[in-house]
Design a protein around this ligand. Structure first.
Ligand SMILES: [Zn+2]
Length: 331
């Protein structure tokens, strides 16, 4: 009897060790995620800041002769801390990528993108940003893409320059991307509330209208485009554009952590309800505050109107298809 007991105890102990191992393993290696919207940023010399996700929950009625409204200046239980320097930002971004098993499509500071790519080759997909023709000649742009380091063109953000994405000054760049089969991410829709008064007088809400992409798409039918920020809040135009153009995808970046949660879910649910669950990419608009990654992934994980398959499509499979990646490389 005592033998049985000790065997039984051994067996139970072995089972619990297995269970612990399994849960540790599961914690160490969550299912892979692709974040298509990450910004490598030089933060040196920038003051640090805290932010509360979903801070755009009420719009203060400010006066143009007074101090501009500060939307970030809010209180919450769990504010996110900004990185303290470029090196700290890079370090935290890579640590979060490892912890949450995320691969980033990164644009921005070239030095940081190279450094990140060297440290985590499999976690970084470099993206080349260009928003106006003064930034780089067309031949320099072509050279940069032909080296093979950059796999993506973005974030293209003509809206911040007061330009439409179909503005002809950008056309030659899109032509190169189309020829080289480079996918393109274009900023369309929100740039944050009060943007024109607070940071960027050239910005125009009307230049984020999804329909403004139609001339570009008609001219470059083989160009692979995803609409960053999903044209928020212009859902009807976004759905009409995606319906008429079979290859356009969207990402959820930026508004996923800044607008009220109910509003985010209503927008995402509408996209899925309209039948576009296979054309939504996960994107954070990861900048300054590394904690935004986990915060934003949780928005998808907690969306009770999405099935597990739909969540995995958004977090991973849709990006595999859109960027022509090999799924097996991520396991
Ligand atoms: Zn953007």
């Amino acid at each position: 009897m005592s033998k049985y007991l000790s065997f039984d105890r051994l067996f139970t102990t072995a089972l619990s060790i297995l269970a612990i191992n399994f849960s540790i393993h599961a914690q160490e290696k969550p299912l892979p995620i692709i974040d298509v919207h990450v910004h490598a940023m030089n933060l040196d010399g920038r003051p640090s800041s805290t932010m509360c996700p979903w801070f755009l929950s009420d719009m203060p009625g400010a006066d143009p002769h007074g101090t501009p409204p500060n939307f970030l200046n809010k209180a919450c239980a769990d504010p996110l801390e900004s990185a303290t320097s470029s090196a700290d930002y890079e370090k935290q971004l890579l640590e979060e990528a490892d912890r949450l098993n995320v691969t980033y499509v990164v644009s921005g500071d070239a030095k940081m993108i190279h450094s990140m790519k060297n440290k985590r080759p499999k976690r970084i997909i470099p993206s080349l940003a260009i928003s106006n023709s003064d930034a780089m000649t067309v031949s320099a742009f072509r050279d940069s893409l032909e080296t093979g380091f950059y796999k993506v063109m973005g974030e293209v953000a003509p809206q911040y320059q007061g330009m439409s994405p179909s503005d002809l000054s950008l056309d030659a760049y899109f032509e190169v991307a189309e020829e080289l089969k480079i996918p393109v991410g274009i900023h369309m829709g929100t740039g944050g509330n009060g943007m024109i008064n607070i940071t960027n007088p050239k910005y125009r809400a009307s230049l984020g209208r999804p329909f403004l992409l139609e001339d570009l798409l008609a001219k470059h039918p083989k160009l692979k485009i995803w609409v960053m920020h999903a044209g928020y809040p212009m859902i009807d135009e976004m759905i009409a554009l995606m319906g008429a153009n079979a290859y356009v995808y969207v990402d959820l970046a930026g508004f996923i952590w800044s607008y009220p949660l109910e509003e985010i879910h209503a927008y995402l649910q509408r996209l899925v309800q309209a039948g576009f669950g296979k054309r939504i990419l996960y994107g954070t608009d990861l900048l300054v505050w590394p904690g935004l990654l986990k915060t934003s992934i949780d928005v998808i994980q907690n969306a009770n109107y999405l099935s597990e398959d739909q969540k995995r499509d958004i977090l991973f499979h849709n990006a595999i298809r859109f960027f022509n990646l090999n799924e097996a490389d991520f396991y």
